[in-house]
Design a protein around this ligand. Structure first.
Ligand SMILES: Cc1cc2nc3c(=O)[nH]c(=O)nc-3n(C[C@H](O)[C@H](O)[C@H](O)COP(=O)(O)O)c2cc1C
Length: 209
């Protein structure tokens, strides 16, 4: 039995394309891996606060969590890290907002990237401490960027997940969603196709990452 953690970050809740794609993927994963368990964390419905100095101090030294606010913040981070540590599979629903990832997702990343917990510095460089996990990332975009230098989202997420040890990453793209209903339908069908290819452990066809 595998444990899957689905993180949604689309601002339109269940109407978000990225959330719909993430849910579609989780269902397809369950179909391929019956008995698996899915946990959903919706960063739009329950946003993680921006990281601040008070909270960051507790990441370095849990004893520094003296105020109730700090204790709550550290406890939230511990919960988010725990969900990630327990998961075999991470599914991210990622819209493109202003050329980047949503700030809600960045706030989540800021709470799970923790020195000595999910990564550590060694004499030879950074070592990610999350091992043996796969990530499937659903990218929803109004325009088309995959495979071009303007696709900083893909580069960032690849670097960031590798930083904490997640290196087996499949990107699935639904692009051109703002280019009319026909283009949108074709893009969503292409994303479904990429999901099935990813589940069969083939690289998504035709889109260089
Ligand atoms: C605030 C905002 C900013 C956006 N910025 C971009 C952008 O920079 N490039 C792009 O291709 N699409 C952009 N879009 C379009 C979204 O990427 C597109 O609507 C996608 O479906 C969003 O995913 P969602 O449906 O999960 O929210 C933007 C949409 C919003 C609401």
């Amino acid at each position: 039995m595998k444990k899957l953690l689905q993180i949604n970050s689309g601002m339109h809740g269940s109407a978000s394309h990225s959330t719909q794609l993430a849910s579609e993927f989780s269902e397809a994963y369950l179909h391929h891996n019956p008995g698996s368990e899915v946990t959903v964390r919706d960063l739009n419905a329950s946003p993680v606060p921006h990281l601040n100095a008070e909270t960051f101090a507790t990441f370095h030294d849990p004893e520094a969590a003296v105020s109730p606010k700090q204790k709550d913040a550290l406890s939230l981070s511990d919960t988010l890290v725990g969900e990630l540590q327990e998961a075999d599979v991470l599914v991210l629903g990622v819209p493109m907002y202003n050329l980047g990832i949503p700030s809600t997702l960045k706030a989540w990343i800021d709470h799970v990237a923790r020195a000595r917990v999910t990564f550590r510095y060694t004499a030879t460089g950074v070592e990610g401490l999350l091992q043996n996990k796969k990530a499937y990332i659903m990218m929803a975009r109004g325009g088309e960027y995959a495979g071009t230098p303007a696709d900083v989202q893909t580069q960032y997420l690849k670097l960031m997940l590798s930083f904490i040890g997640i290196t087996d990453i499949h990107f699935i793209y639904a692009e051109g969603l703002a280019k009319g209903p026909e283009k949108q339908a074709t893009a969503l069908q292409a994303a479904t196709q990429q999901m099935h290819e990813a589940l069969q452990s083939k690289e998504p066809a035709g889109i260089p990452v």
